[in-house]
Design a protein around this ligand. Structure first.
Ligand code: BYC
Ligand code: FE
Ligand code: FE
Length: 496
C-alpha cells in the first residue's frame, strides 16, 4: 500500500471549521467568496454552460447517466476534505477551492525573493504568468479527452470508477485555472478560458498545446502508465507552481496536489496489479522465462517486456513535457518568482542562482556528455531530474512483486535521451541503454523498445469489459482494498 493511498482515500467525514466554508448551495461551489464579486461570478456563470457542453461532448463516452461512487472535494482541511457518494458525472460539483492563505508568505525565489507575495498580477510579468496558467489549464481537459473511450472496456467497476474520479477531478483542475484567468486577467483571460473549451486533443487544426496531450490513450495499460508517469509531470509542475510568488496560483496548485495523489495511486496500483496478475499466471502455468511471450499471452495476461515497452513510451513522451533542458523561458519564470523548483523552500542555496551551475546531459559531436551550465538556464533540466527520481519509487515496488515470484525480470527507466522530441536529445536516436544510434540501428531496434504492432493488437484483444460487481479481467489482479473502505466487489458504478 503506497503512502499516497493512505493519505488520500480515507477521509469520509468533514470538519473544516478552521477554514472558509464551502457553500454547496451556489451553482459553483467555492471557498473564494464568489458571491461577493458579481462581475467575476457573472463571467464564470457564462463560462459554465460551455464547460458542461464540453463535458458532454468530450468527457467520458457513455455512462453519463450512471451513478458513480465519487469523492467530491468539500473543503480544504487536510484532515477531511472530501465526501463520497453516488453522483451522475454531469452533476458533479466542480468547485473552486484554494488552499488556506499562509500569513506572511514571501516570494521564495528569484530577484524578488523575500518580498511579500503578490495578491494581484504583477504587471511586468503578466503575459509570462498567463502563459504558464494557460499551459497548465490546457493539460487538464486534454487528459479527459484522451481517456474518453476507456469506460467501455473497463476491467472492473472499481477501475471504471477510478477512471471517472480522475476525469471529474481533471475537470475541476480546469475550473481552478479558469478561475485565475477570469478573475485576474480581464478580457484576455476570458478569451483564454473560452479557447480552453475549443482546443481538442489530437485534433490537427486546433490541438492541445503540449505534445503528450495529443497522444492517444487507447487502452487501459496506457491509462495506468499515463496516470503513473504523466500525472506525475502534473505533480512536479504543480509543485513548482505552488512555489509561485503569485499567491492565488500557489494556493490553487497546493489544493490540486491533494487530488493529484489519487491519480498517481491509480497509476501505480493499476500497473502493479497488472504485474501481479502476470506473475501469478506464469507461476501457476509453470512458466519461468519472462520472454516466453506466446505462452504467457495465451494465459490472458500481459508479458512483462511489453509492459516495459509501454512504460518506455510514456516515460519518454512525458519527459518532453519538461520543455528544453536549457531554457530561457524557465530562467525568466524562476527569476520573476512565478515558478519555483521542486521543494524550493527546502533547497540549501540562495534561491536566486545568479552564479550557480547545474550539470546537464547533452549530445555533443556524437557523444553524450554532462556539462555544467548556468543553473538559471537549467531549471527545466533540474525539474526533469527530480521527476525521473520521483518515478523510481513505483518502479521499485513493481520490481519487488516480480522478485517475490522469483521471476528474472526487472523494469528500468530508459536513458534520458531515449525517444525524445524536445530538448537536448531531439533529433538524436538513442537506445534505452544510452547508446547514440544510426537511423538504421534505431529502425531495427525500436520494435523491441516501444510497443509494436503485434503488442497493440494483443492489448486490444485483451480489453474486454468486466462490468459486473466483483468481476476483474484476467490481466489485472483485484485491488487489496476498495475505495473509502468499501469492499472490492462494491457496485462502484451503477450501470442500467
Ligand atoms: N510540447 O523553453 P522551452 C498536468 C514549447 S501536466 C509542445 O523549451 P519552457 C496533467 C514551449 O511551450 C503539467 N511544445 O520550454 C497531467 C515554448 O513554446 P512558445 C502541465 C512544447 O517554456 C496529467 C517552446 O516550446 N503544467 O498537469 O521552459 C493529466 C520553447 O519552450 C513542449 C505545466 O507544464 C512540449 N512537450 O517549458 C492532467 C506547467 N515543451 O512559448 C494534467 C506550466 C515545450 O515558444 N508550463 N514546448 O510558443 C510550463 O512551465 C512550461 O510552459 C513548460 C515548457 C515546462 C511546459
Ligand atoms: Fe490535473
Ligand atoms: Fe491528475
Amino acid at each position: 500500500m503506497s503512502q499516497e493511498d493512505t493519505l488520500i482515500e480515507t477521509p469520509e467525514s468533514v470538519s473544516n471549521d478552521r477554514f472558509v466554508e464551502v457553500s454547496y448551495d451556489d451553482a459553483i461551489p467555492n471557498n473564494v467568496d464568489l458571491s461577493s464579486d458579481r462581475q467575476l461570478l457573472k463571467a464564470l456563470e457564462s463560462w459554465h454552460p460551455g464547460y458542461l457542453d464540453w463535458w458532454k461532448d468530450m468527457g467520458p463516452d457513455g455512462f453519463q447517466e450512471a451513478d458513480v461512487y465519487l469523492r467530491t472535494a468539500v473543503g480544504v482541511d487536510p484532515a477531511g476534505w472530501a465526501k463520497f457518494g453516488y453522483v451522475k458525472m454531469p452533476e458533479y460539483r466542480w468547485g473552486i477551492l484554494l488552499a488556506p492563505k499562509v500569513e506572511g508568505r514571501t516570494i521564495p525565489c528569484g530577484r524578488h525573493k523575500g518580498e511579500p507575495v503578490w495578491q494581484e498580477v504583477p504587471g511586468e510579468y503578466r503575459s509570462l504568468l498567463r502563459r504558464l496558467i494557460v499551459i497548465q489549464a490546457d493539460t487538464e481537459p486534454a487528459s479527459v479527452e484522451q481517456q474518453r473511450y476507456l469506460g467501455k472496456t473497463a476491467p472492473s467497476l472499481y477501475d471504471m470508477r477510478n477512471l471517472f474520479q480522475v476525469n471529474v477531478e481533471e475537470g475541476r483542475h480546469l475550473w481552478a485555472m479558469v478561475y485565475l484567468l477570469v478573475k485576474y486577467f480581464g478580457k484576455d483571460g476570458r478569451e483564454e478560458a473560452q479557447a480552453l473549451l475549443e482546443r481538442r486533443s489530437g485534433q490537427q487544426d486546433n490541438p492541445r498545446i503540449l505534445g503528450a496531450f495529443n497522444e492517444r490513450t487507447p487502452d487501459w495499460l496506457s491509462f495506468f502508465m499515463f496516470t503513473y508517469f504523466t500525472d506525475r509531470d502534473g505533480k512536479m509542475q504543480l509543485a513548482a507552481l505552488a512555489e509561485s510568488g503569485f499567491d492565488p496560483l500557489s494556493r490553487s496548485c497546493r489544493f490540486m496536489l491533494t487530488e493529484e495523489a489519487h491519480h498517481l495511486f491509480v497509476g501505480e496500483t493499476g500497473v502493479g496489479r497488472t504485474v501481479e496478475a502476470t506473475c501469478a499466471a506464469m507461476q501457476k502455468a509453470g512458466i519461468t522465462d519472462p520472454y516466453d511471450t506466446e505462452a504467457i499471452r495465451k494465459l490472458g495476461v500481459v508479458d512483462l517486456p511489453l509492459l516495459q515497452r509501454k512504460a518506455n513510451f510514456h516515460m519518454s513522451v512525458t519527459r518532453d513535457l519538461f520543455g528544453s533542458e536549457i531554457s530561457s523561458n524557465a530562467a525568466d519564470a524562476f527569476s520573476a518568482g512565478l515558478k519555483g523548483r521542486f521543494n524550493e523552500a527546502n533547497l540549501k542555496d540562495d534561491h536566486q542562482l545568479q552564479d550557480d551551475t547545474y550539470p546537464v546531459m547533452r549530445a555533443v559531436d556524437g557523444h553524450i556528455v554532462t556539462e555544467d551550465v548556468p543553473a538559471l538556464r537549467a531549471i527545466n533540466s533540474r525539474l526533469l531530474d527530480d521527476y525521473i527520481a520521483d518515478c523510481q519509487g513505483g518502479i521499485d515496488r513493481w520490481n519487488k512483486t516480480i522478485e517475490k515470484f522469483g521471476i528474472d525480470f526487472r523494469f528500468a527507466q530508459p536513458h534520458k535521451g531515449f525517444n525524445r522530441r524536445i530538448g537536448e536529445f531531439a533529433g538524436h536516436r538513442i537506445s534505452p541503454d544510452g547508446r547514440l544510434l544510426t537511423e538504421a540501428e534505431w529502425q531495427a531496434g525500436q520494435g523491441e523498445w516501444l510497443p509494436n504492432d503485434a503488442d497493440n493488437a494483443f492489448i486490444h484483444s485483451l480489453m474486454q469489459p468486466c462490468h459486473r460487481p466483483g468481476e476483474y479481467a484476467s490481466w489485472i489482479a483485484p485491488p487489496r482494498m476498495g475505495i473509502n473502505q468499501q469492499p472490492v466487489d462494491y457496485e462502484y458504478v451503477k450501470i442500467d
